[in-house]
Write a protein that binds this ligand. Sequence first.
Ligand code: MLT
Length: 251
Amino acid sequence: MDINLFFTHTFKENENQFENSIVVMCDVLRASSTICAALHNGAKEIIPTVNSEQAMNIYTSLDRASRFIGGEQNLHKPAGFDAGNSPMEYTHDKVAGKTIILTTTNGTPLFTKAKSSKMKIIVAFVNFNIVLDKIDDLIKQNETTQEYQSIDLICAGNSESFSYEDALCLGGIVEHITQDNDNFKLNDSARASRNLYLYHKNDLFGFLRTCDHAQKLIKNNLYDDLDICFTWNLYPVLPIMEGLSIKKSNI
Ligand code: MLT
């Protein structure tokens, strides 16, 4: 199997590029982490949208009792939204049973990519191990079914630039998949991300707090979000895209 990594989601996607691919999508700060928090706290589903207008159009079409709209523009809650993009805002009392319409700068546009894939998984540090277990299961099953030809790992990136936290999270996935199995062909981005993970793994979160997006959150008084997003396996849920929405999957 091939393992391909993409440092941002803004690549030109060919129509059936991911039809035989296990796709793993990552926006550590903060959309993937927020989605894990919401599903952990009982949300029915999350519908990712590309902008606030699309989000509000879907939101107003839904039943009042079951809808919730959240996300960020320039890191903060847009007018008329129920929540911003901090995982702390998606508490059980607010989101249990709800359909959440979410729009963020990089994360939700990422989640709308790879439409041809039959398996789209959302990962962050807060659900790292459960995603690894799922990937291990899929690889084992694929030895018999040969259903998948590749594992494609896609970073949200940070405003179309490299995101260190996304690359290290997915680099950790690459390391765990390949550490006891050399039957994979890695592209350069996957090899680079694995090497970066191995270089930083002894002080991963200390280093990531010095990086661009973390520093931007700190400057916007969103420091507490780092304590959540930089916690291993805080929300052990498996978010998988089903059609246009993200739902909690049983293993
Ligand atoms: C994104 O989608 O770019 C992020 O989730 C932005 C944020 O920190 O809310």
